[in-house]
Design a binder for this molecule. Structure first.
Ligand code: C2E
Ligand code: CA
Ligand code: CA
Length: 609
């Protein structure tokens, strides 16, 4: 550290000597000026650490000198100690910016003490300044580093936020149509349900199924299927209001939850969606398809407790809507609750259990007729189950109770019942058995999950001594066939014994083309929905034609169901369809020996004539 510099300003040489003597042991460098003016000049080139300033001097006095020192920013901070003999000067010295004073006559100890004090203070100040500077440097460095870290952090946060948004988007959206998916609908529906419960309001749930999706998807390829879904999504989105929640439930199923639409408004919306879809033509590689839809409406009132229940109800309604034909709208209120209120589903379970126990079920049959005179005098039937209500003495059709039976896992018992009755019947017809080509039995996909079904079939047929060739099992392609491998095993084992299999309702349902390739079906049954009005609707006729083409390519026998007119028969013959079934030939009747015998008789007569 450099020695401190002290400037003595005094016009009296004795005073200068005296002060110099006092300062010598303090090891500082002493500068001297004898007038105020020369002191100011010296200050310009040589800055001292401390000034000892006499008051009374020729020229400008000590006070004026101090004023000017304080005015100049370069010297502003240099401490000034006045050296004076007059008491009045002390206050005046502080007024012009002096820091301290020494009284004359000079007392050595006082000078030393005051000077030391100021030098000490100066040293501390210098150190403090240094520390401050260092600190500021550090702060600057850290601030710069922090700015970088901050920027990086911000970038990371932004990236993470983007990924979270993206993840949330993916978790909530269907990637083909970009609509909300089932999960998102579940969340939204749960909110709406709780609001409905709280406020006793009504909301509406619409489920829209596109009838031709499977056919287009599998005959034109999945790129066409995806495009169709996007077009449908756009059409539905264009029909709904901003507060309605549109989602894709899977495959060809769309859903709209309308939080503030009552039944009337919901029905109007369903009609608008259906009409707009029907007016749309889907074009793919020069082929044209008209779109038809089935729409289910379920009112969300305080009886609805959860999303799954809502879906189940919508499925039930859709099932009925589809049976009715294309472009139908059904609401839970008019379709189901009249027949079965969802409030007494338990009654349905009990009723079915009761019917099974007391055998309040009957097997009806419907003829299946050859289109090309190859069957000789043999008869062929499909068995159709009915529930009889002994009290009301009426017949309940399977559309009403099969969905419930499937839901309550009672369908296996229903199917076993029919297997047993048909086996008993065939056993009782031993004498005319060469006239019976086959009886088809419907099996629900749910029954196929029953691991003991195969053994039951084999045992029942063996016990009654009938031929497996006489039994064909009809399986509807549904999303309920979950395990293709075990279904194939089941079919193959029974086929090895002589049983045959028919793929029911082929063409409009779930993944049918895949099933046809992957499961060993012998026969394909074209969905009656297409057959029913193929003589009036070109699109249906071409649908049937495509289905026939596929089935022929795979070497399957073909049955057309819901044949109601002669013109349909002619078209089917021309397409080389093998069998026809429908009201034109026969309305289902109770299976009795009389029925079969009279049919055989009429065939014989026709053969002779
Ligand atoms: P499915 O197997 O497609 O049976 C054909 C249905 O169409 C029968 O209705 C039949 O009466 C009806 N039908 C026949 N010809 C015509 C026609 O020309 N036009 C129209 N519009 N309809 C016609 P049903 O008996 O009410 O059976 C309905 C469905 O219930 C059946 O459809 C089948 O999926 C199911 N089902 C019937 N019996 C059984 C059974 O024993 N077990 C199982 N799992 N399901 C059954
Ligand atoms: Ca059937
Ligand atoms: Ca069918």
């Amino acid at each position: 550290m450099q020695p401190a510099k002290i400037l003595i300003v005094d016009d009296t040489p004795e005073n200068i000597d005296l002060l110099r003597k006092v300062l010598t042991p303090l090891q500082c460098k002493v500068l001297v000026a004898t007038t105020g003016e020369s002191a100011l000049e010296l200050l310009l080139v040589n800055q001292p650490d401390l000034i000892l300033l006499d008051v009374m001097m020729p020229g400008i006095d000590g006070f004026e000198t101090c004023k000017r020192i304080r005015k100049d920013p370069k010297t502003h901070d240099i401490p000034v100690i006045f050296v004076t003999g007059r008491q009045d000067d002390i206050k005046a010295g502080f007024d012009v910016g002096g820091n301290d004073y020494i009284t004359k006559p000079i007392n050595n100890d006082e000078v030393k003490a005051r000077v030391n004090h100021h030098l000490e203070r100066l040293k501390l100040l210098t150190n403090l300044q240094k520390l401050n500077d260092e600190l500021e440097d550090k702060v600057r460095e850290r601030t710069a580093a922090l700015a970088v870290t901050n920027r990086q952090l911000r970038e990371e946060i932004n990236e993470r936020r983007y990924m979270q948004d993206r993840l949330r988007y993916l978790a909530e959206h269907d990637f083909v149509t970009r609509l909300y998916n089932r999960n998102a609908l579940d969340t939204f529906t749960t909110e709406v349900i709780s609001k409905v419960q709280r406020l006793e309001q009504e909301a509406s749930f619409l489920q829209v199924d596109i009838d031709q999706f499977r056919l287009i998807n599998e005959s034109c390829g999945c790129i066409a299927g995806d495009e169709l879904l996007r077009e449908v999504a756009e059409i539905i989105a264009g029909c709904i209001a901003s507060q309605d929640f549109l989602a894709r439930l899977g495959a060809d199923k769309f859903a709209v939850l309308c939080p503030d639409k009552d039944r009337t408004l919901a029905l109007a919306l369903a009609k608008r969606i259906q009409q707009t879809l029907a007016q749309h033509t889907f074009l793919w590689e020069g082929r044209q398809f008209n779109l038809a839809s089935s729409i289910a409406i379920v009112t969300v009132d305080s009886d609805i407790l959860g999303f799954d229940q809502l879906l189940l109800m919508a499925d039930e309604v859709l099932y009925l809507a589809k049976r009715e034909g294309r472009n139908s709208i059904k609401s839970y209120d008019d379709s189901i609750s009249k027949a079965v209120s969802h409030r007494n589903k338990t009654n349905w379970a009990l009723r079915l259990v009761d019917a099974l126990k007391h055998q309040h079920m009957q097997v009806y049959v419907q003829e299946i007729n050859p289109l090309h005179n190859t069957a000789g005098n043999k008869v062929k039937y499909e068995a159709l189950v009915r529930l009889v209500d002994p009290k009301a003495d009426n017949v309940i059709y399977p559309d009403e109770f099969i969905p419930a039976a499937e839901r309550f896992n009672l369908i296996c018992d229903v199917d076993r019942y029919v297997i047993l009755q048909v086996s008993k019947f065939l056993a009782s017809c031993h004498d005319i058995q060469e006239h019976i080509e086959s009886i088809s039995i419907n099996l629900s996909a749910i029954s196929l999950r029953d691991p003991d079904l195969k053994d039951y079939i084999v045992k029942t047929v063996n016990e009654h001594g009938i031929s497996a060739r006489q039994i064909i099992f009809e399986i509807t392609e549904t999303e309920n066939i979950v395990n293709i491998i075990s279904t194939r095993n089941f079919m193959e084992q029974l086929k090895n014994l002589g049983f045959r299999f028919s793929l029911d309702d082929f063409g409009s349902g779930y993944a049918s083309f895949n099933y046809l390739k992957e499961l060993p079906f012998d026969i394909v049954k074209i969905d009656g929905i297409f057959v029913k009005d193929m003589d009036k609707l070109d699109t249906h006729a071409s649908m049937v034609r495509s289905i026939v083409e596929i089935a022929k390519k795979l070497n399957k026998e073909i049955i057309a169901e819901f044949v109601e007119t002669e013109s349909t028969v002619n078209m089917l013959r021309e397409m080389q369809v093998d069998w026809a079934q429908g009201y034109l030939y026969h309305r289902p009747e109770l299976l009795t020996r009389d029925l079969i015998e009279s049919k055989i008789l009429s065939l014989k007569k026709a053969g002779h004539s």
